[in-house]
Design a protein around this ligand. Structure first.
Ligand code: SAH
Length: 531
């Protein structure tokens, strides 16, 4: 085995949940990885940073039943690295804090694979911090310990070796006094045992205790009590893993320092808000909502795929000099064309006699980057109508046009060109494939009442939303979303929503993204006052 040729395994701490709490190094690696291996404690939106070509492997579900066993995870890491790939093993919190990162690194070492460790922000400290609990404080605690609570979840996996030895090592008399603040991870199931042992070993029954569930996530929940009553409180709140259990006087600071889940300070905390983006729009809305404490739900992605049927594309590309103009109506056509040109071993010179129009700057950019070609004409507005109005040639009679585009697309452009005397060949080069599984999940979330608001920032976001949610039958959308609030950026967008039977509850007065968020906030502030 040669280490020279093999790739590297990066054990990367993803941080506790809040997707902004990954390190700069971690993000950098995520953006360039060939393979990303992740589990349920890493925030799904982190994956949006990965290359579209990256292989994403999910190795853990809520129940141990569905998760990949540790030896299998190890094997995947090594196998991909041996193929020369850059493998990011993205792990919740810090990879070396109960993350089994040590085992994964050992396995890499045994197999001669290079590895790198990227520490992360551990949930042991960050979850309490987002609950307003500092793990040390000059008046309350000068030390803390991080302890495993040995939830069965963990030991049920193949890790019996570690769990068994550690269990035997457990000396409650020492644990109880290990530090002023005790932080138990994986401690929800064992909570009755923990509370009892700590009291038996000299911790007062009135010692404050907090459980922070899904700390730093927009679904964070906190239950506070004492060693004497925490078990009952956690039970009646039906609080489940993952949670960090904090034992010690620092817990009392939450009443003054609570901030993240403080509804007065952040009225959108925990609200699940659908964000629909127009194709080339910045992700500003999700970010702003997240800073306000909301949980943005990004729509299922629409996948772009080059067509399998290529003979027509190839023929057209080989006879490009017969065309006066090629019109590219979307940046998506560019990679499909580049792929066929590469396959046929032809290059930009094939376009020598042909002028190129792109519908917008993003398409022109793709053309320049992927084919090294400049667009001859870009209309000021990225719509088919603008191409027609602003076209640099007036007499189109007998001119040959090639329009490589999506399998299903609007007919305005070819039809109008033909009316003006042009000869137009329309060739499908790619197709858009709906993410049906994603749409299914989203519909289920609506039906279970798990979505609070849908936001629309333009008319096209309304259309994209309806298309993503109900690709087969748009008329069903209104019924599916009936329990969620609808917020529109302004009156035009609101009218488009109405066309689909979606009556907005909130219409922003200031027609900007911050204006929309402010309108949603004041809606909830009024709600709380009336409640
Ligand atoms: N390496 C991780 C811990 C992995 S062990 C870290 O450094 O954070 C898994 C346990 O971590 C869970 O059972 C739970 O106790 C804790 N945990 C992880 N993420 C959490 C979160 N966001 N909120 C609360 N507890 C969390």
């Amino acid at each position: 085995m040669t280490t020279l040729k093999s790739g590297t395994v990066y054990l990367v701490g993803a941080g506790p949940g809040d997707p902004k709490l990954i390190t700069v190094r971690g993000l950098e690696l995520l953006k360039t990885a060939d393979v990303v291996v992740y589990d349920r404690l890493t925030h799904p939106s982190l994956l949006s940073h990965t290359l579209s070509t990256a292989e994403k492997i999910y190795v853990g579900k809520a129940s141990a039943h569905h998760s990949m066993k540790q030896p299998d995870i190890n094997a995947v890491l090594v196998e991909r690295a041996l193929q020369g790939k850059s493998v990011v093993r993205l792990k919740g919190g810090d990879p070396f804090v109960f993350g089994r990162g040590g085992e994964e690194a050992e396995y890499c070492k045994e197999n001669g694979i290079c590895f790198e460790i990227v520490p992360g922000v551990t949930s042991a400290i960050a979850a309490p911090a987002y609950a307003g609990i500092p793990v040390t404080h000059r008046d309350a605690a000068s030390s803390f310990s991080i302890i495993t609570g040995h939830e069965r979840d963990d030991s049920r996996e193949s890790g019996t070796r570690t769990a068994g030895v550690a269990e035997q090592r457990r000396q409650w008399s020492k644990i109880a006094h290990a530090a002023d603040t005790l932080l138990f991870l994986m401690g929800v199931e064992a909570l009755p045992d923990i509370a009892q042992r700590l009291q038996e070993n000299g911790r007062a029954p009135e010692t404050p205790v907090a459980l922070v569930q899904w700390g730093t996530w927009a679904r964070q929940r906190v239950v506070v009590g004492t060693l004497a009553d925490i078990v009952e409180r956690v039970h009646s709140a039906n609080l489940k893993p993952p949670a960090v259990c904090v034992v010690g006087d620092v817990v009392n600071l939450r009443s003054t320092l609570g901030w993240f889940d403080n509804l007065e300070q952040r009225p959108l905390f925990g609200k699940r808000i659908v964000v629909t983006r127009a194709r080339e729009q910045a992700s500003g809305l999700s970010d702003l909502l997240r800073t306000k404490g909301a949980d943005p739900i990004e729509l299922p992605v629409i996948e772009i795929r080059p067509l399998e049927e290529i003979s027509e594309i190839d023929d057209a590309l080989l006879s490009l000099n017969e065309y006066d103009w090629v019109i590219l109506t979307s940046a998506n056509a560019v990679p499909a064309i580049a792929k066929r040109m590469n396959a046929m071993e032809i290059d930009g010179r094939a376009f020598a006699r042909t002028k190129i129009a792109t519908i917008g700057p993003a398409t022109a950019q793709a053309l320049k980057e992927q084919l090294g070609l400049r667009a001859d004409f870009i209309p000021t507005e990225a719509v088919a109508e603008a191409i027609l109005e602003q076209f640099p040639e007036t007499n189109l009679t007998g001119k040959h046009f090639l329009i490589p585009r999506a399998l299903e697309a609007r007919e305005v452009l070819p039809e109008t060109l033909r009316q003006r005397g042009a000869v137009v060949d329309v060739i499908p080069v790619y197709e858009t494939v709906m993410d049906t599984e994603g749409a299914e999940t989203l519909r289920a979330e609506f039906q279970n009442g798990e979505v609070d608001i849908i936001t629309f920032t333009s008319s096209s976001t309304v259309r994209n939303f309806v298309q993503a949610l109900t690709p087969e039958d748009p008329s069903k959308a209104a019924e599916i979303v009936k329990n969620a609030l609808i917020a529109a950026i302004g009156p035009i967008t609101a009218n488009t929503a109405r066309e689909f039977g979606l009556e907005p509850h909130i219409i922003a007065e200031e027609h900007t993204i911050p204006g929309l968020v402010a309108a949603i906030e004041s809606y909830y502030i009024k709600e709380t006052i009336h409640a």
